[in-house]
Ligand binder design. Sequence first.
Ligand code: NAD
Ligand code: DAU
Length: 336
Amino acid sequence: MKVLLTGGAGFMGSNMIRFLLNKYDHAQVVNVDKLTYAGNLDNLKDIVGHPRYTFVKGDIADEATVENVFRQHRPEVVLNYAAETHVDRSILDPKAFIMTDVVGTFTLLEAARQHGVKRFVQISTDEVFGSTADGQFTEATAFDPSSPYSASKAGADHLVRAYWRTYRTPTVVTHSCNFFGPYEYPEKLIPLFITNLLEGKKVPVYGDGRQVREWIYVPDHCRAVDAVMTAGQPGEVYNIGTGERLANIDVTRKILTILELSENMIDYVPDRPGHDLRYAIDSTKLRNELGWAPTRSFDQGLASTVRWYRENEWWWRKIKKGEYLEYYRQQYGRKT
Ligand code: NAD
Ligand code: DAU
């Protein structure tokens, strides 16, 4: 099985490469990654030199790069993880989101069509559905994105669906809830809060902290994508969720409890513009049709995640220098 996995130097892409190489003796993985601020070869330190792994530094929106990769490596499966992913950054500077998430996905789809891949899996998000006060998003819920990030993912997902309807390119889309676990860039809620607290800094809770997110721990997400890749039906859409829905303030309190710190470490800051109040994903289809179910609770995953960040300070301390500081200067400049 020849897999082209894009964005494999990022958080979930790097975890998925490790998963595929461990699970399948016959899997060959080509990772195409632009190495943006979020791409980090440290995430793949243990994989470098693996006989069934190849890294190509490249932009998925660049036609020549993508064509070369398809010609040279002849992938049967494409797993498109590459994206600009951080909502706050999309609010500060949306252009890269359009270029990578929309144009990049289009460029990959065209190559997949021309080269006749057997499966194209688009790793997408529950954010395309917007916010729901008390319901759940099903696969049929209409897109209603709020941020430039989620709008760019929605645009890409429309293209992916259209390639099946128009050209019969065998595409599948996943809509996942929030991931968390090892190697997550410390700008997202959970790794930002853990690392800030390990550094003795406060944690910035947006607004009143009552916004609700649904959470999935890394290995359960890898297993879900594996199920979709191997058994999902072309042209279908699968929601990936756990049902573990928590308000941000409750996630924050759980992290404080694990680290034995008090609520004095919370800094309530002005809200994110256009902040979605609540995500809740109905993953019945994935469970019933593909037999997937999560294996770890949020609390188990969070305890392991805190342990990982404690034991891997070398990884996140390197990141929290340089470009990261400039981003936070802009971010807090906007809020205050
Ligand atoms: P991430 O931000 O950690 O990593 C993204 C990776 O993509 C980086 O390695 C980056 O260098 C690479 N990349 C960016 N632009 C590129 C380009 N033009 N060409 C090639 N590579 C490029 O991402 P993540 O949080 O692991 O998310 C992975 C995927 O899952 C994304 O598509 C995201 O939309 C989706 N998703 C994420 C979450 C989440 O909670 N993080 C939830 C649902 C869906
Ligand atoms: O739902 C899936 C999405 O989850 C993915 O598609 C995105 O790529 C991923 O970034 C994530 O988006 P969120 O906006 O939900 O994640 P983030 O970690 O940025 O924020 C989670 C919640 O915590 C959100 O309600 C905003 C809030 N928050 C976040 C940060 C970074 C804070 O209160 N303070 C913060 O400093």
